[in-house]
Design a binder for this molecule. Sequence first.
Ligand code: THU
Length: 131
Amino acid sequence: MKKLEELIQIALDNKENSYSPYSHFRVSAVVETKDGHIFKGVNIENASYPVAICGERSALAGAVSAGYKDFARIIITGDSKDTYPCGVCRQFMAEFFDQDTEIVIANSKTDYKTYTMEELLPHSFSKKDLG
Ligand code: THU
C-alpha cells in the first residue's frame, strides 16, 4: 500500500490527463485496490456533451476491467476546492465499496477529507435490494 500523500500526488499529477475541452473543469481519481494496485482515471468529455464520463467512474472502469473489485480507497481531486463526486459516481462507487473503503477528497497533500460510502450515499439502493 502506498502512503496517502503519495496517492494524492499521483491524483494531482494525473489531472493533466483530463480531457475536458468543453467544461475546462479537470477531475482526476486514483483507486487503490486492497492488494495494492493503482488505477487512474480522469473525466473524458465528448462533443455530444452527455456522453462524458467522470474521473471516478473512469478510474473504477479501468480497475474492474482489469479484474479488480476490492478497493481500499479512492482519491478524488478536481479544479474546485473539495471536488465531491456527483450522484451518478456515488451510486457507481457504492456498487463496489464496502464500509472500510476510504473516499478521500483532496485539495493537496496536506488538505483533504476522508469519508465512508455510507456518509456520501446513505440509504442507497444496492444489490441487497435485488435479493
Ligand atoms: N465531473 C467528474 O469527473 N466527476 C464528478 O463527480 C463531477 C463532475 C466532471 C464531468 C465534466 O467533465 C466536468 O466534471 C464538469 O461537470
